[in-house]
Design a protein around this ligand. Structure first.
Ligand code: FE2
Length: 182
């Protein structure tokens, strides 16, 4: 089984380096090489399905969580205002990237993450994720800050595409709405 305490300690040590996201990327690469072991480690430490429930570490410096997405799940467009490393270890996670230079967010790129793929997000990344498969997908997400309380984050209303202040419960409601439409 993957040792999540060691993983979190290694991530904390990475925060003290010049380029934490690069170091964390290598750590994520190591743990997703053992998909069964990583899944078992998350199962042993978490209860429930909300984003908060899936967190194994959440403080001002670091958030580590498992993102397990149901078939067809779609998130609204949102930002994080901190770097992130995503490593997929089961299924697929489709990322769409956006620019907020205009009045409405405009798609500027996309990346389909498959098992073993890693995606690094910078502090100014704006994205939306989707599970394109009829099966569950699982990923480990590491953020260089507090994913729940970080100030200044935004999400975009899926109907009007207006920018709104990020609020984790509202993000979950938008996700449920979008996923039922898919
Ligand atoms: Fe995100």
């Amino acid at each position: 089984m993957v040792d999540l305490d060691k993983f979190i300690a290694d991530c904390r040590a990475a925060l003290k380096t010049r380029d934490p996201a690069s170091v964390v990327e290598k750590l994520v690469q190591d743990v997703i090489a053992d998909p069964k072991g990583l899944d078992a480690a998350f199962a042993a430490r978490t209860r429930g399905n909300s984003l908060k429930d899936r967190m194994v570490c959440n403080d001002e410096e670091l958030t580590v969580l498992q993102v397990a997405t149901a078939p067809g799940l779609r998130s609204p467009i949102h930002n994080h205002c901190m770097w992130a490393v995503i490593g997929v270890y089961d299924g697929e996670e489709h990322n769409r990237f956006y620019s907020d230079a205009g009045p409405k967010p405009e798609q500027i790129g996309e990346q389909l993450l498959k098992v073993g793929d890693i995606c690094r997000l910078t502090a100014d990344t704006i994205h939306a994720i989707q599970n394109p498969l009829p099966t569950r997908s699982s990923a480990i997400h590491v953020y260089g800050g507090n994913l729940v309380t970080r100030e200044g984050r935004s999400m975009w209303n899926p109907r009007s595409l207006e920018r709104e202040d990020y609020e984790i419960e509202q993000l979950s409601r938008y996700t449920r709405e979008l996923s039922e439409l898919a």
